[in-house]
Design a protein around this ligand. Sequence first.
Ligand code: PBG
Ligand code: ZN
Length: 333
Amino acid sequence: MLTRPRRLRTSPIIRELIAETRLSANMFIYPYFVTKGKNKTEAIEAMPGISRFSIDQLIPDVEKGLKAGVNKILLFGVGEEKSEDAHSAHDAHSVVADAVRELKKKFGKDLFIVTDVCLCAYTTHGHCGLASPPAPLQRRGEEILYIDNDLSLPILARMALAHAQAGADMVAPSDMMDGRVAAIRNLLDESGFVNTPIMSYSTKFASAYYGPFREAADSAPGKGDRKSYQMDFRNGREALREAQLDEDEGADIVMVKPALAYLDVIKTVRESTLLPVACYNVSAEYSMVKAAAKAGYIDEQRITMENMYAFARAGADIIISYHTREILEKGWM
Ligand code: PBG
Ligand code: ZN
């Protein structure tokens, strides 16, 4: 007898019944850029619909989102003083720490706040770690910047602690220094934050898809690239090693980033760990959809949702996306 999968596609109701992948509003995290100062809402040109907000403007925007079910957010700080030692990153009154305190005062447990932990918006050179202080290494007479992995660890840990002390529900290190998950975990535990989880950007590729974000966060490296600490996109097995290391160091959630061009990596990480897996649908992935939609080349709702289902089908439990707000407000799901 002939088996016919077609029989299962005969009506919308049976198609719903047998759908293998389902999305839920609970899976989404919405990123926000919070900037120093007052009364600021600065649209980010390459990311239509996304703005940088000062804290006073952030609060009403978050309130609007909450009404549509956007109750998990990821905060990035912008506009802080940049220095060699990135001290503003772990200031108790950094813009991120202050924003967390204000948001928690207003929304309490109704809002789940994740903070990005990385130094690139706080260092003079714009790299994700500190540069080695002794004379820069010389290579063929040219000064090169050496990003010092181990020197960066205590600073990243202090940044995470400052966020936890302000009331952050979870911290998300995106710097890609080796050993930072352990360094953060130890300092959080010693300081009494044993229940603050770490969502680690474990598998973060050196990618051109971060372009619009760097404009938004003012975090482009002045010189050089991030290939010494971010991953080579030709390497899939290495992605598993990075995820495994972070898991061994105590990560609670591992992440793959970017998402669209890395569905294979999401899938293999999903199959190799028992931890929850997040993916980050990054800035240029969002910008491309927005630009093509604006030009009338694509159906924005359908393309957006097809992408979201692809992340879930690949195995992502959590989706970090700039589309979150629109998906939930417009009921695209
Ligand atoms: C900072 C950071 C970046 C992103 C998240 N955290 C940029 C980078 O590594 O250059 C990218 C997010 C996006 O493009 O939406 N380390
Ligand atoms: Zn960074």
